[in-house]
Design a protein around this ligand. Structure first.
Ligand code: TPP
Ligand code: SF4
Length: 325
């Protein structure tokens, strides 16, 4: 397994990080308050600081559609549109071609280049899953970043396997016979980790230092990395545009969205809320869970809390087990 070399390489202070030239140009069509553009800019800060050129493949979804409306582009980097289902296969092909051209002496060997596939949860957890699994298994040198906004937002808030239980979506709407999505969310990082790749992480842009450290590790990792990043969608979640980072923070502080990493098979929780808040704190800021706050719904909220607790305990056990083996 490739080794993650991170120890001596330090990220510069925030002031310097924010001073690099923007590589995601303003003027893209993502909604006000969308988490995805914040995530991309934070990744660029790390790449700029470490002197890496990022080369992107973007699965169809909000980011792809909103940043590439012909004849315009928001990307000041090499970027390729990919079908909804195969961003990982696309970037794997680009990475393989790059390696071959370098071997033949047709490209310089001293450039720091990293290949990144970017997809929403629909393009990652569901329809792009087979191409992602294949690229991870083949060991391509790339980072897969999923901006997880917990539904197929671009086509109108349809449920995905990343949508949490009881969320209101257009394909599993709340009504007299339905409380929204009936299944719990798929735990994608665990599935990615099961591929035995060198680096897997879960992050959130509210905890930007943690996220940037993780993206740094992924940049320095030889071989595949997978990072799952929480991405607020004010439109789909019916949350306030200006409260996106607050909602994100509460996802972490309630342990709904734990921050952790799996480095060479070792699980580690990277942030532990001192006094985890109850799940209501996260739910109540979002209209997609409004029905859970009606009288008589207390047991449904408890069910969500129980699931959060169960996963948190499971994560702690994985961490403990990693220390022992
Ligand atoms: C094979 C295929 N099926 C359906 C679509 C239509 N489509 C485009 S974007 C999208 C939803 C994308 O959802 P997600 O990946 O979660 O990204 P988000 O829009 O939330 O950013 C769908 C269903 C498509 N482009 N290709
Ligand atoms: S619909 Fe949601 S994910 Fe899509 S651009 Fe708007 S806020 Fe972002």
């Amino acid at each position: 397994m490739a080794e993650v070399k991170t120890a001596e390489i330090k990220l510069p202070p925030l002031k310097k990080l924010t001073n690099y030239p923007e590589k995601l140009a303003p003027g893209h069509r993502l909604c006000a308050g969308c988490g995805a553009s914040i995530i991309i800019r934070q990744m660029y800060m790390v790449a700029n600081a470490l002197g890496y050129e990022l080369i992107w493949a973007n699965a169809t979804g909000c980011v792809e559609v909103c940043t590439s409306i012909y004849p315009y582009t928001s990307w000041k980097s090499p970027w390729i549109h990919s079908a909804f289902e195969n961003a990982a296969a696309t970037i794997a092909g680009v990475e393989a071609a790059y390696k071959a051209l370098k071997r033949k002496g047709k490209l310089p060997t001293d450039k720091k280049v990293k290949f990144v596939a970017l997809g929403g949860d629909g393009g990652t957890y569901d329809i792009g899953f087979q191409s992602l699994s294949g690229a991870l298994e083949r060991g391509h040198d790339f980072i897969y970043v999923c901006y997880d906004n917990e539904a197929y937002m671009n086509t109108g808030i349809q449920r995905s396997s990343a949508t949490p239980k009881y969320a209101n979506t257009t394909t599993q709407p709340v009504g007299s016979e339905s409380l929204g999505k009936p299944q719990h969310k798929k735990w994608m990082p665990e599935v990615a980790a099961a591929h035995g790749i060198p680096y897997v992480a879960q992050a959130a842009p509210s905890h930007w230092k943690d996220f940037m450290e993780k993206f740094k590790k992924a940049l320095l990792t030889e071989g595949p990395s997978f990072i799952n990043v929480f991405s607020v969608c004010p439109r789909g979640w019916r949350s306030k545009e200006e409260e996106g980072i607050l909602v994100t923070k509460l996802a972490v502080e309630t342990n709904y969205w734990p921050l952790f990493e799996v480095e060479n098979g070792k699980w580690r929780i990277t942030y532990r809320p001192k006094n985890p808040k109850p799940i209501e704190e996260f739910l109540k800021l979002q209209g997609r869970f409004k029905h859970l706050f009606k009288p008589g719904m207390e047991s449904k909220i408890k069910e969500l809390q129980d699931e959060v607790n169960r996963r948190w305990e499971w994560l702690n056990k994985l961490e403990q087990l990693s220390r022992e083996v």
